[in-house]
Design a protein around this ligand. Structure first.
Ligand SMILES: [Zn+2]
Length: 755
């Protein structure tokens, strides 16, 4: 017996780490001839061993997502009260011979010895709970409360069952249900009063656990209940009462058996293995107790990389043919099965499940990498084949097929850089924002020249642990109704006007088309009048005469307006060449491509030249910065594996060099829009942007603030793009996005990796 228990533990630990000493037989063999006889008598039962979902690691092997076994302690009252166990306990209490008691008890749930029987049961239960509490350190009260609530639930079920049997079809009547519940509470209260009055303290304690069995003895309440019910259904109360007691005898027996047969989970926790072992070793004194594990998804770094990792959940709502369908409910109707930790399946049930491939209780990847890598992450179920007696008590382990655990994936993301970026995203970089609420926005860091994604941040985020079933409804509601939309991955799916960061494309397009050259100078007087419209520069009185480098440094609009006017629709073609208007193809679901419309009015291209009339994602803008840093190579960003170096755009080398010098001046120049000490110290280069949204908050216009760049300037290792949403007009990219980018780049350069 003892040895068997230990083997069971080893089987359980098969959830992960074990060298199982049992014979490992294929289920086909087990379900085949060798156990045919036992199987015919339905004594072979199968318990599923769920696999551990694969881990997701960052580039340095830090765990971002993993499964840990959560242990469930279950109690089976039927097993706890086996005739032998009862006779033993009763004999100790009464001094009688256990062998003489056993045959009487063996007949089952007789009424003759009811009080003795209940007393022993309560004693055994008490002792068992005490011992479990002692070993696990869990609260005995909580276990007991849980057991009582299960009992109460079964009583309610039973009452509903009676109503159904009575043929009153009232189970759906909520008003009647209320009556029923009120009645239950009233009966329970009455019973308590009766028990206190009639029973000694000892008896009261012993009987305490059996309130629900005794509730129906309070016959007065039943009469009142029937009197209330009778006029509602047009029958006589006496008639109802008679019929009720007929079905009652049957259903009470039924309910008792149901309670006894089922395993009731009294405790769930992440125990250390030594606790589980201690429990298993004490099983001799714990009749009816068993321990099983179910894997639970854990995200040990919480909010870190939440949008990349995504979430898991049960089958849920999908959209099919324009209609919302609840897959879970649909499959439940089709007879799909919610396999519980403690479910015993017979061979037919098991085979039916296996043929479906999935269980209702399976977790599916719903978003992010969890969705993309769902199948390889999931692995395959194992099973434990056991021989049971008539009461489904395990007699023998016949075989164990260990589960096939899901694959582990290492991604390019760097958890520490990701967290550094998260910390950098705060308003106190800019005095005008410091007193406001938290920032919203996104940041992406690409390693150069590979395009490996080191940081993919969207702010605000959420704790993915909150979305692992069972999800607390208030947490879910809070997440889905948060006006900051923390579930949105702004880095991939947030589409913003790129503003002045897009001037890079305009400059390179004009040079490639031969519309400007190294000697081109443009005079800015604060605005451009063209096509009967005035297009304003950011400096009201103008920037004077500027070349490309100076125009980038000071972000002069007029310079780029002119180039845009010359380029016309060709600018749209070039924007496409730089990858705008289409997803980058990163290996993560949910990416959007931004919009790149084709304007018919001449002024349209003038505005596009400074990044208006279109939208882009932060990932696209980071890739644009990478392209400038890498001599025109447009990398394909990736999180799992590289899909090639990406195309090299045909751009004049000297034009690229001039843009890079312009980027350098943005940071280092006397009039640069991102003259930050930290960016200078890092020898960074880049371009700021401030895109008007046209929206207002508290009467103030709102802008999106941008910075896109790379570092170090002379041998770039990282490209970065940062957007901060909805900053009040007057706050520019250089005020908030650039300092955030600087902190992120500082952390990146400190890693000593890259080119
Ligand atoms: Zn200007």
């Amino acid at each position: 017996m003892h040895k068997k228990r230990i083997l069971v533990v080893l089987g359980l630990l098969g959830l992960g780490f074990t060298a199982v000493t049992l014979r490992l037989l294929q289920l086909q063999v087990v379900c085949g001839e060798a156990y045919e006889a036992a199987a015919r008598e339905n004594r072979v039962q199968i318990r599923i061993i769920p696999p551990l979902r694969g881990r997701i690691l960052d580039r340095a092997g830090r765990v971002l997502a993993e499964d840990r076994p959560r242990w469930t302690v279950t109690l089976n009252l039927g097993q706890m009260l086996s005739p032998a166990a009862l006779a033993h306990a009763l004999a100790q209490g009464t001094g009688r011979d256990p062998l003489s008691l056993q045959p009487t008890l063996g007949r089952g749930w007789g009424r003759t010895r009811a009080l003795e029987f209940r007393a022993v049961r309560e004693q055994t239960l008490g002792k068992t709970l005490d011992r479990v509490a002692e070993i696990t350190g869990a609260s005995r009260e909580r276990m007991e409360t849980r057991l009582r609530s299960i009992e109460r639930k079964i009583l309610e079920e039973e009452s509903r069952e009676r109503v159904r049997v009575l043929g009153l079809a009232l189970s759906r009547d909520t008003a009647f249900r209320r009556v029923l519940r009120r009645d239950l509470r009233a009966r329970e209260k009455r019973l308590n009063e009766w028990m206190r009055a009639e029973l000694s303290d000892d008896e009261y304690l012993l009987m305490g656990g059996f309130r629900w069995e005794l509730l129906d003895r309070a016959s007065e309440t039943r009469k009142a209940w029937m009197r209330e019910l009778a006029p509602r259904v047009g029958k006589k109360a006496r008639e109802l009462l008679k019929k009720l007691s007929e079905v009652e005898r049957a259903t009470t027996r039924h309910a008792l058996r149901a309670v006894a047969r089922r395993d009731h989970a009294i405790l769930e926790a992440f125990f250390p293995y030594r606790t589980v072992l201690a429990l298993e070793l004490a099983m001799e004194e714990l009749p009816g107790v068993s321990v099983e594990a179910r894997p639970v998804r854990i995200y040990p770094r919480g909010v870190c990389a939440c949008h990349v990792l995504g979430s898991v959940g049960y089958l849920g709502w999908i959209r099919r043919g324009g209609e919302d369908v609840n897959l879970y409910e649909e499959r439940e109707r089709q007879g799909w099965y919610f396999e519980r930790v403690s479910s015993f399946l017979d061979r037919e049930e098991y085979q039916a499940l296996e043929s479906r491939g999935e269980f209702l209780s399976d977790l599916f990847g719903k978003t992010g990498l969890e969705k993309d890598l769902d199948v390889p992450l999931r692995g395959g179920r194992g099973a434990r084949v056991v021989e049971c007696d008539r009461r489904r008590r395990v007699q023998k382990n016949l075989a164990v097929t260990p589960p096939r655990h899901g694959r582990t994936f290492a991604i390019t993301l760097d958890a520490e850089l990701q967290e550094a970026a998260q910390r950098a995203f705060r308003p106190d970089h800019c005095a005008a924002l410091a007193k406001g609420e938290g920032l919203r926005g996104a940041a992406v860091v690409l390693e150069l020249p590979s395009g490996a994604v080191r940081v993919l941040l969207s702010v605000p985020g959420y704790d993915p642990n909150d979305l692992v079933p069972p999800v607390r409804p208030e947490k879910a509601r809070a997440l889905f109704t948060d006006p900051g939309r923390p579930m949105l991955n702004r880095a991939l799916a947030g589409c913003y006007e790129p503003g002045s960061t897009f001037k890079t494309v305009t400059a390179l397009a004009a040079r490639s088309e031969g519309l400007s050259d190294g000697n081109t100078r443009i005079f800015c007087e604060g605005a451009l009048r063209a096509h009967d419209y005035t297009f304003r520069c950011n400096a009201r009185y103008g920037h004077g005469t500027l070349g490309l480098k100076g125009a980038l440094e000071q972000s002069c609009n007029v310079y780029f307006y002119r180039l845009g006017d010359l380029l016309g629709h060709r600018l749209g073609v070039w924007a496409e060449t730089f990858g705008f208007g289409a997803p980058t193809g990163i290996d993560l679901p949910g990416e959007r491509g931004g919009s790149l419309p084709y304007g018919v009015l001449p002024g349209f291209w003038i505005q596009l030249a400074i990044g208006q009339n279109m939208t882009a994602t932060v990932l696209q803008v980071a890739r644009l910065a990478a392209c400038v840093a890498c001599d025109g190579r447009l990398p394909v960003p990736f999180l799992l594996s590289s899909r090639g170096p990406g195309p090299v755009l045909e751009l004049p080398r000297e034009a690229l060099a001039e843009v890079r010098e312009g980027f350098r001046r943005v940071v280092h120049g006397g009039r640069g829009t991102a003259r930050l000490a930290l960016l200078r110290k890092l020898n960074a280069a880049g371009k700021t942007g401030t895109a008007e949204t046209g929206r207002k908050r508290n009467g103030v216009f709102l802008n999106h603030a941008w910075f896109a760049g790379y570092a170090p300037h002379d041998a770039p290792r990282f490209a970065v793009a940062v957007v901060v949403e909805d900053v009040p007009s007057g706050v520019h990219g250089g005020d908030i996005a650039a300092p955030i980018a600087a902190e992120i780049l500082k952390a990146c350069l400190a890693t000593g990796e890259g080119r």
